[in-house]
Design a protein around this ligand. Structure first.
Ligand code: NAD
Length: 477
């Protein structure tokens, strides 16, 4: 039970799963096989820091090995526990199936507050945790591939990759043991922004269907939509930045640990983030906009789109009835509890579920893993060939125009864009956009195509569980 008297995060995920399987024709044995978490490894290890031995507790949970490697982030936070990593590992199984990345689901976590330790100390802690997992093949290019999550990023992934390489000196695929690495250490362009970028692509796709946005009592596209974001970390910052800078949306409030900034005119996300970077991650002291201390109350403010991008369980039985946003996109994992989900559905709130909304991260992680295994950057072979073909076409067009005395010329900026071959970043964004659109259409087909399915979450679960079940069946289970 959680502090709000609700089921735990893992129980909440299980209940959402069962809401979907009640509408499916799975044998009870297979239903249980898919739902339960295969294994969770708990490790307690000591690191000598500041003159004494500190003991840390970490977890790596493997939910489903119907496909290998299994995949899922590593979270650094004080509240990490077995229930949480198992819930997150289960969500990874369904997420990977929904966006067709060929992985099973896993998740890891370490009980540590990264802000309490300096960089050198954190490196020692991360390397020691990685050592414990690598020893047991819980980090391995073919078996278990972690990625960043709350409290971790490129830096930690680079330490993990290096630790694996030190322990596996002849593994030619060593770099594929973890994703989310910085580009200079085998990472891929566009991974840091990927989850937030995926949220943007998901919303763009949603607003392409007027009947879908009408279900959330919204019209038009993203232009002018009023958005509230909770959590200006990796996911929230990128989503808010792209939606406000590229789609004309207005971020009217940002909620963080120390309250919220509100500005109906629209917040400059880049400026606010710069302020937080220079101010120990705090909003306080930001002068453009109003600072309020009660961040939780801001979740309940009127807006068009609410983007919870911080952590699980923030919309629960205590506040769900007061949430006014007609559309919630779950950028974080599990921000809406099972009980809150029921209240919101009854109120007519439309929820774009986490397993789809934040799948951009694992999608680009998949691209990074493929890049590491193929040992070549995307676009390296074809970029200049593509440019040469485009140039041929432009030159022929210009020759014909001159020959015929038509005097047609191409606008300089069109010509420049047309002549550009796709580099790695362009290819990654294109692959991500395609993935988000395809997955949305699969969910949408179930949502609109079945009379017994009334929301996108159940639709997402049905698509995902059906795919996992097919894999199990093809293995003879
Ligand atoms: P992060 O650590 O970079 O950012 C989290 C932000 O939320 C921080 O700025 C933190 O100060 C803020 N925050 C924490 N508790 C808060 C609270 N109670 N109220 C308001 N703000 C709070 O983490 P992230 O990587 O952006 O992950 C955020 C969520 O997105 C998590 O649920 C994570 O599982 C999910 N997610 C992340 C990725 C990824 O690629 N990083 C991928 C998929 C899903």
């Amino acid at each position: 039970m959680s502090i709000t008297g609700e089921p735990s995060f893992r129980e909440s995920v299980d209940m959402m799963f069962k809401r979907a399987t009640a509408l499916m024709d799975l044998s009870p044995g297979l239903e249980e096989k898919i739902r339960v978490c295969n294994s969770t490894y708990t490790v307690r290890f000591g690191v000598r820091l500041r003159g004494k031995i500190e003991t840390f507790v970490g977890y790596r949970s493997v939910h489903s090995e119907h496909m290998e490697p299994v995949k899922g982030g590593i979270r650094f936070a004080l509240g990490v526990n077995q229930d949480e990593v198992e819930a997150l590992a289960a969500l990874m199984t369904y997420k990977c199936a929904l966006v067709e990345t060929p992985f099973g689901g896993s998740k890891g976590g370490l009980c540590v507050d990264p802000r309490q330790w300096d960089e050198h100390e954190l490196e020692q802690i991360t390397r020691r945790f990685a050592y414990e997992l690598i020893k047991r093949d819980l980090i391995h290019p073919a078996q278990n591939v972690p990625a960043p999550d709350m409290g971790t990023g490129e830096r930690e992934m680079a330490w993990i990759a290096d630790q694996y390489a030190r322990m596996n000196t002849t593994d030619i695929n060593a770099k594929a043991c973890v994703t989310g690495k910085p580009p200079h250490a085998g990472g891929i362009q566009g991974r840091v922004e990927a989850t937030g970028r995926g949220v943007q692509y998901a919303l763009r796709e949603f607003f392409r269907y007027p009947e879908d946005s009408a279900a959330a009592r919204l019209t038009g596209d993203l232009d002018g939509k009023r958005i509230i974001v909770q959590g200006l970390g990796n996911v929230g910052y990128h989503a808010a930045k792209f939606l406000s800078e590229e789609d004309g949306a207005k971020v009217i409030a940002v909620i963080e640990r120390d309250g919220a900034i509100i500005d109906e005119k629209g917040i400059n996300i880049e400026e606010l983030r710069q302020h937080m970077n220079c101010n120990s991650g705090l909003l306080a002291g930001y002068i453009k906009g109003r600072h309020v201390e009660d961040g939780a109350a801001v979740l309940e403010m009127e807006c068009d789109i609410l983007i919870p991008a911080a952590m699980e369980g923030v919309i629960n039985l205590t506040n769900a009835a007061r949430i006014k946003a007609p559309l919630i996109i779950e950028a974080a994992n599990g921000p809406v509890t099972f009980g809150a989900d029921e209240i919101l559905r009854k109120k007519g709130t439309l929820i774009i579920p986490d397993m789809y909304a934040n799948a951009g991260g694992v999608t680009v992680s998949y691209f990074e893993w493929v890049k590491n295994l193929s040992h070549i950057r995307f676009g390296r072979m074809q970029r200049r060939a593509e440019e040469a073909r485009s140039r041929l076409l432009v030159e022929e067009f210009e020759r014909l125009s001159a020959d015929q005395g038509l005097g047609w010329t191409m606008a300089a900026d069109f010509k420049e864009k047309f002549l550009q071959g796709s580099d790695e970043l362009a290819l990654v964004r294109s692959g991500l956009d395609d993935t988000m659109r395809t997955a949305y259409q699969a969910m949408r087909e179930v949502w609109h195509g079945r009379t017994d399915v009334n929301d996108l979450r159940v639709a997402a679960y049905i698509v995902a569980i059906d795919r996992v079940a097919k894999t199990y069946r093809s293995k003879g289970l």
